[in-house]
Design a protein around this ligand. Structure first.
Ligand code: HEC
Ligand code: HEC
Length: 291
């Protein structure tokens, strides 16, 4: 009897520890009243490539872009489907507050307090500045509605439960990249566009078996999560392009050998091509300045 009771107590203690540790940690925002500028938000939107994943397959590319979701992403954990993040209050995120938007995009936590899967690259967006996310939300207000219902993700049994993602976050979130050496203003802007908004590492850096980014292999290239081919390395040593080559590629989609960018990179460039040339140049300068 006493043994059974002890076992039961230990079990309860273990369960509460699991529950406590796997809770959603929220960083939030210092000033939830911060207001944004929609025109600036449009640039943040293009730099972050939200449309690349959330745009409905047949939606127009312009300001009337319909973020109805539906695109599928394969991974070792199953297939994720992008949700509807249009301004529709019932089917999208139109009823959300700015603070809920911040906590979703930067902390990976839903208004109900659930963890999001890191297939949503919040690990990179975590570093988005307060002003940029306020601008992004201001831009969001002008986007059209869609009443498309969300599909459920098709995941392996173990991945279907969101709660253990709390442990994943303890290990990997937010990713601590090696301390960058002192950067010039131009390099710092490039660093921000690459690491935070452009989330380049989410594709160009390999992941370990739990799907965490391998910091030591930063931008060294990775297997394609779809199972087909590889995503190339973009470090200075391996890519061997000049800063101008990189900027031109991100604008036009042409490599220095006049090959055309393919796969997911074509979509990334579709969004990045909207950025001012100076911004694309800073990405080239940053990527070629670091070892
Ligand atoms: C690489 C693909 C990808 C990109 C890029 C992406 N998302 Fe998502 N997003 C997802 C996936 C997948 C989910 C679903 C996550 C889940 O169910 O846990 C999601 C979920 C969301 C949600 C939660 C919706 C809900 O109903 O709870 C919001 C809000 C969101 N994304 C906004 C954004 C914004 C804003 C951007 C750009 C700054 C962005 N996403 C870029 C893939 C992406
Ligand atoms: C959604 C995944 C994804 C993201 C995000 C992404 N890339 Fe790529 N990138 C790719 C793929 C796939 C290729 C290979 C394209 C091809 O086969 O033509 C590629 C190719 C490239 C190349 C050409 C390399 C070569 O050897 O031809 C460069 C340069 C590049 N990416 C830079 C970037 C930068 C800078 C960012 C961030 C602003 C970025 N990528 C974000 C998937 C991605």
């Amino acid at each position: 009897m006493t043994k059974l009771r002890l076992f039961f107590l230990l079990f309860l203690a273990g369960l509460s520890l699991f529950w406590a540790l796997s809770q959603s940690r929220v960083y939030g925002i210092e000033n939830p009243q911060l207001t944004g500028n929609p025109a600036a938000g449009k640039l943040v939107f293009h730099a972050s490539g939200c449309a690349g994943c959330h745009r409905a397959p047949n939606s127009p590319q312009d300001d009337q872009m319909i973020l109805a979701g539906g695109q599928k992403f394969q991974s070792p954990f199953g297939t994720f489907v992008a949700p509807n993040i249009s301004m529709d209050p019932d089917f999208g995120i139109g009823s959300w507050t700015f603070e809920q938007f911040v906590i979703a995009v930067r902390d990976g936590v839903s208004p109900k307090g659930d963890h999001y899967y890191p297939a949503f690259p919040y690990n990179s967006y975590h570093y988005m500045t307060d002003q940029d996310i306020a601008d992004l939300w201001a831009f969001w207000q002008s986007l059209p509605h869609s009443d498309r219902t969300n599909d459920t993700h098709d995941l392996t049994l173990i991945a279907q439960w969101r709660r253990p993602l709390g442990f994943w976050k303890m290990l990997y979130f937010p990713t601590k990249w090696q301390a960058a050496p002192t950067l010039s203003d131009v390099e710092a802007r490039g660093h921000y566009l690459v690491q935070a908004l452009g989330h380049c590492a989410e594709c160009h850096t390999p992941r370990d078996i739990f799907g965490g980014l391998q910091v030591s292999e930063w931008m060294q290239g990775a297997p394609n999560p779809s199972g087909k081919g590889v995503i190339p390395a973009i470090t200075r040593e391996k890519l061997k392009w000049s800063a101008d080559d990189i900027a031109a590629y991100l604008k036009s989609g042409f490599t220095p050998e006049y090959d055309v960018a393919g796969g997911k990179m074509a979509e990334v460039i579709e969004n990045l091509a909207h950025l001012p040339n100076e911004d694309l140049n800073t990405i080239g300068v940053y990527l070629t300045s670091i070892k």
